[in-house]
Write a protein that binds this ligand. Structure first.
Ligand SMILES: *[C@@H]1O[C@H](CO)[C@@H](O)[C@H](O)[C@H]1NC(C)=O
Ligand SMILES: *[C@@H]1O[C@H](CO)[C@@H](O)[C@H](O)[C@H]1NC(C)=O
Length: 439
């Protein structure tokens, strides 16, 4: 498996960073104690705890010992020189401490995970007082090895209450994931399944959380996702997509989504490359904020270099059910890049009605193709936004419900019970591969 990070702070580096950037005025940002005061309190030099600046001796244990000696106040000093790191270190529970990185840490270990993982810490700083310290991860060795997991299966298990993501398949191929249930807390950052790679079949999975259900990331080719029950989740999606997007031949089939943010969302903001040959068919939704949603200006993502990702040859077929409030958020919303409009988007047999109020609307912007508010023809130029209001329930919108739908998210302050893997994940469908022990 891959090395996740050179340095990881907290459980999920991204959500920590976003939460702090959201509002910097209401609380102090950064360490509370000056680095001078920490130097005056105590200095724990890793060479006093066994580290040798020879670029070969593992300094993992020495860094941990120096941290333990300074974790309640002081500076873990990594002096000039080259220190090898062969075993990863978790530095947990520090207060009013710092790492001064004068020297260079080079990765010599090959384990997956995070090289230096800092958790449950407050009043912390990592810096180089001469501005020359560095961590050299030698990631190229991994990239060139192609550290794939290939020819694998994960099935008939439950993944419950992950502190962060539940299942990530990073650059994997020839794999199958099936007959699984994932139950996470009701907040963002607790993704169900994130997958990128090729020749993968994900099927018969139920996800509860409040973030990604089963989501494709870049680059991916030839992935089939079917019989998925997003039972109070963020919903399925593709993204976030940035530069060099290269995704093709993706199919989602039989996707049941309740009380989620969306039934399916493409997420990008700028970027370049292509998403092509995608089929999203047989979707049922109830109580979701958005339903069919392409957003090429997704504001939760910083703008990536490029004229926009080209969304081309994307077919939506047989979408049924209801959305939470279709006058507030359109159940059919195709927002493409004005600098790189979508082409050949096909929407057929889309019948979704609103659960509150008596109207809803569809919205398309710079989106070419066939059906509903899409523009037909072959120009593929920017045209702005068109909307159409729907004042009566589309015929055939009514769709089956699943038993035992959630009416509230699962707690994030109490433990989540381990569920049994269910025997159906889409109304009327049975698992494509029978459960191992039957039922
Ligand atoms: C995307 O843009 C980058 C520069 O920002 C460029 O190097 C790359 O070749 C582009 N990729 C594609 C697929 O156009
Ligand atoms: C949906 O999730 C809730 C809460 O965990 C559970 O009670 C219910 O059984 C789930 N539905 C199905 C069909 O598994």
């Amino acid at each position: 498996m891959h090395i996740r990070s050179i340095l990881l702070l907290g459980l999920n580096a991204f959500s920590v960073a976003w939460a702090q950037l959201a509002d910097t005025s209401s609380y102090p940002i950064g360490p509370l104690t000056t680095s001078d005061a920490k130097w005056a309190t105590k200095i724990c030099d890793i060479t006093d705890y066994g580290a040798v600046a020879d670029g070969a001796t593992d300094s993992g244990a020495a860094i941990l010992a120096a941290f333990n000696a300074c974790s309640s106040g002081g500076v873990v000093n990594i002096p000039l020189g080259t220190f090898a790191l062969a075993t990863w270190v978790t530095l947990s529970g520090g207060n009013a401490w710092a790492i001064n990185l004068e020297g260079i840490i080079v990765r010599t270990g090959t384990a997956g995970g995070n090289m230096i993982y800092i958790e449950h810490s407050t009043d912390f700083e990592i810096y180089s007082s001469r501005g020359e310290g560095a961590v050299q991860g030698y990631g190229y060795q991994f990239h060139s090895e192609g550290t794939y997991v290939t020819n694998f299966a994960i099935h008939d298990i439950a993944l419950v209450d992950s502190p962060a993501f539940h299942l990530t398949l990073d650059t994997c191929n020839q794999g199958e994931v099936y007959n699984m249930i994932i139950r996470g807390g009701n907040e963002g950052g607790l993704d169900g399944i994130d997958v990128w790679g090729f020749d993968i079949w994900v099927h018969d999975v139920e996800v509860t959380n409040k973030d990604e259900c089963v989501t494709i990331k870049n680059p991916s080719n030839h992935i089939l996702v079917e019989n998925i029950y997003c039972n109070w989740s963020g919903g399925c999606g593709m993204g976030s997509l940035g530069t060099d997007t290269d995704i093709s031949k993706i199919e989602y089939n039989n996707i049941y989504t309740v009380n989620s943010n969306q039934m399916f969302m493409f997420k990008s903001n700028g970027g370049n490359g292509t998403v092509t040959e995608v089929t999203l068919q047989n979707f049922i939704g109830h109580g979701n904020a958005y339903s069919l949603y392409i957003n090429a200006y997704w504001s939760d993502q910083t703008v990536a270099d490029g004229d926009g990702i080209l969304y081309n040859s994307i077919t939506f077929n047989n979408w049924k059910g209801t959305c939470a409030n279709g006058a507030q958020r359109p159940p059919l919303y195709v927002l493409c890049s004005s600098t790189n409009p979508c082409t050949n988007i096909i929407i057929e047999d889309f019948a979704m009605w609103t659960e509150s109020g008596s109207t809803e609307y569809y919205k398309c912007a710079d989106a070419w193709g066939q059906g509903y508010c899409l523009e037909g023809g072959s120009q593929h130029t920017a045209y702005g936004t068109t909307t159409s209001t729907v004042t009566a329930a589309p015929s055939g919108y009514s769709a089956a419900t699943m038993p035992g739908e959630l009416t509230a998210g699962l707690g994030i302050t109490t433990s989540i019970a381990i569920p049994t893997v269910p025997n159906t994940f889409f109304p009327g469908a049975t698992p494509a591969t029978p459960r191992v022990y039957g039922s």
